[in-house]
Ligand binder design. Structure first.
Ligand code: NFS
Ligand code: SF4
Length: 653
């Protein structure tokens, strides 16, 4: 009976699987996942609710076996104030937050390192399957890293780029990591030097962070939070930025590209293969082999192989190949529940363990590829760059094999697809602007900001959180910003949400209520680039591609000789889930951007940590965090912050 009651509650919440009425796949498909698998993200969430407040507030400590300890005083007057060792809420909250940031920085770091290793193998001619696709990017990266390019061949340059990148992880010369010098805003570096938080390599601080947060070490929340900022810098310049830049060298720098989005991109008469995860080394090879084996699909009676993208790999293959965007992270299971997805290949990060179980309810093959990411119920095809072609071929063959077993009676497809234009790399934006001003391409954008035609810029990044999906948090926040002439940049799963809602569709520029001034800018720039308009929001890529936003911010701040924190630019993670998103937010704070999050970071239990993030930080990097659980109010708060920044620059507010 109790479970009946829960299921009733779920029905309401399940609603439209976190999409608006207009964009959601059929109600039947949404019901189908529960009927076929007995589970869904909303159902699992509702069984976890209400969340444990100790965890939510960050005051649960499991750092040792005298605990777990929970600090009640954060919420209740006469509650317990210390753990067994005496740790207070401030200590525990700060330690937990630093560990979250470490989780994110380690993820992005390993992502970058694997690509650097591959670039090295390419440069030395040790592997065949990959090549340098973008020379221009190679040279630009080399020059930012201070590597000579004159009279040298590309392989030698690439070898230096790869080695400098890899050395940043473990070098012992005590000098700042090279990617910081080449890519961080110069005013930010000066501040970090004063604070003593410029990393000289990126692995030691990760080890140090795990050490200092273990039982009986750093108890000073200010000291711990400085380590947290340093971890943010590592995330930005040993994780995000090299991941993006080296991927561009190997696979090309994105240019605006047209495609489609939503679950409806899965097609009945094709072999459907979804690419899910984050590793372009895998995704790119699968794209290549789907092309090579397309005729094989026809021999099976299908019209060909239909590749579709999920989460960040989805963003990257959209940006570089126009592959349709099927689903954000939490919709991956819905894509399988169509019964028409023949295989889903995954690599690392944001791959929910439940996918093994869900795939087992259908003919769908879930294929894991990384030695350190295996999932019960999945087939494992080990992927390494030395044998990338064989692995990619096997993966596509598994999709073909599975297609034969598809049961048409269990297929339910959605017809809804939304046109999108994505692929706005930093370089492509500069290129577009240079059509207006060849000599000083950033000037037209800066002029629009100065005049107020673009009131400000908000980078909206991160994940779809089922807690906030129920109320379409992101869509509502973006609409409110657009209304107020704020230029919206999106990445990660927020880009999927935006695509499904129509924010990436240039045709919809008149459909949404967009401020007249911003609309005119979007239309002018669109026409300059040969489109009817730019889309209401610009898709700048995957989560590591937040580095592209970073490059834009650096360029604007240095062009104007202003600190990043003076610019009317804000970062927002409106449906934060992952530790990676925490790390990205911490990086944004380190360079001086205000950061909005919803839900709140796990810091409510500590006045000290909250105070550092929302206030003290203003004097350190110029940044601050704020939380607002109502999407319109969050947008209003951003607009207010932009207004204040504009006023202090003497711009029309
Ligand atoms: Ni970013 Fe990409 Fe999505 Fe969140 Fe996960 S896929 S790396 S963490 S959930 S946006
Ligand atoms: Fe409790 Fe301290 Fe151990 Fe944490 S480190 S579990 S607060 S005794």
């Amino acid at each position: 009976m109790e479970s009946d009651a829960i299921n009733k509650k779920i029905d309401l919440k399940l609603g439209r699987f976190g999409q608006s009425e207009a964009t959601a796949p059929s109600a039947e498909l949404v019901d189908k996942i529960m009927a076929d698998t007995g589970t869904s993200s909303f159902e699992r969430l509702s069984k976890q609710e209400p969340s444990c407040w100790f965890g939510e507030w960050g005051v649960c400590c499991r750092m040792c076996y005298m605990g777990p300890c929970r600090i009640q005083s954060a919420r209740f007057k006469n509650g317990v104030t210390r753990g067994v060792c005496g740790a207070t809420a401030d200590t525990i909250v700060a330690r937990n937050l630093l560990r979250e940031t470490v989780g994110g920085a380690a993820s992005h770091g390993e992502h970058a390192f694997e690509i650097a290793e591959t670039l090295k193998l390419v440069a030395t001619g040790s592997i065949k399957g990959y090549e340098i696709k973008d020379r221009e990017k190679l040279h630009s990266v080399a020059s930012r890293l201070g590597i000579t390019t004159e009279n040298r061949n590309d392989n030698d340059i690439a070898l230096d780029v790869a080695e400098v990148t890899m050395a940043d992880f473990s070098k012992m010369d005590g000098m700042p990591i090279r990617w910081v010098k080449g890519y961080a805003p110069s005013s930010s570096i000066k501040k970090w030097e004063k604070l003593g938080i410029v990393p000289s390599n990126s692995l030691n601080p990760i080890m140090n962070a795990m050490h200092r947060t273990s039982m009986g070490n750093d108890a000073d929340s200010v000291n711990i939070m400085l380590a947290d900022l340093k971890m943010g810098i590592i995330d930005g310049y040993s994780g995000l930025t090299p991941s993006t830049e080296l991927s561009d060298i190997l696979f090309g720098t994105p240019e605006p590209v047209k495609s489609i989005a939503n679950i409806g991109v899965i097609k009945e008469d094709y072999v459907n293969l979804a690419i899910h995860g984050h590793n372009p080394l895998v995704a790119e090879k699968v794209v290549e082999w789907a092309g090579n084996l397309n005729e094989e699909a026809k021999k099976l009676g299908a019209k060909g192989i239909n590749l579709v993208g999920v989460c960040c790999s989805g963003n990257e293959v959209l940006m570089r190949h126009g592959v349709p965007m099927a689903a954000n992270e939490m919709q991956a299971e819905l894509a399988i529940a169509t019964g028409a997805l023949d295989a889903m290949v995954v690599d690392f990060q944001c791959i929910w363990p439940v996918l093994g179980e869900v795939a087992a309810c259908y003919h769908t093959k879930l294929i894991t590829t990384m030695p350190y990411v295996k999932i019960p119920g999945a087939d494992h095809v080990e992927f390494n760059v030395e044998h990338a072609d064989e692995a990619a071929r096997t993966i596509v063959e598994k999709a073909l094999e599975a297609y034969k077993k598809r049961d048409p009676s269990r297929v339910l497809l959605s017809k809804k697809v939304e046109p999108v234009v994505g692929g706005f790399s930093y370089e492509s934006i500069v290129k577009l602007l240079s059509k207006i001003d060849t000599n000083e391409p950033l000037k037209p954008l800066i002029n629009s900001i100065v005049s107020g035609d673009v009131y400000g810029i908000v980078g909206i990044v991160g994940c779809p959180n089922p807690k906030l999906r129920r109320e379409l948090y992101t869509e509502r926040m973006i609409k409110h910003l657009l209304k107020n002439n704020v230029l919206v940049l999106v990445t990660g799963c927020i880009a999927h949400i935006s695509a499904q809602e129509g924010f990436l569709n240039p045709e919809k520029v008149d459909e949404f209520e967009i401020g007249d001034k911003l609309k005119a800018v979007l239309k002018l720039l669109g026409e300059t680039g040969g489109l009817k308009s730019l889309p209401p929001a610009l898709h700048m890529g995957s989560c590591v591609d937040n580095s592209r936003i970073g490059m834009l911010v650096k360029a604007i701040s240095e062009k104007l000789n202003l600190e990043v924190s003076q610019l009317p630019v804000i970062a927002s993670a409106p449906e934060l889930i992952a530790e990676k998103a925490v790390a990205i937010g911490t990086w944004a704070l380190s360079i001086g951007l205000p950061v909005h999050t919803a839900p709140e970071l796990h810091i409510e239990g500590s006045k000290a940590v909250k105070g550092i993030l929302s206030d003290t930080l203003k004097n350190l990097t110029g940044a601050e965090t704020f939380t607002e659980l109502n999407p319109e109010a969050a947008a209003d708060k951003m607009i207010q912050l932009i207004k204040e920044k504009r006023e202090s620059l003497g711009l029309p507010a």
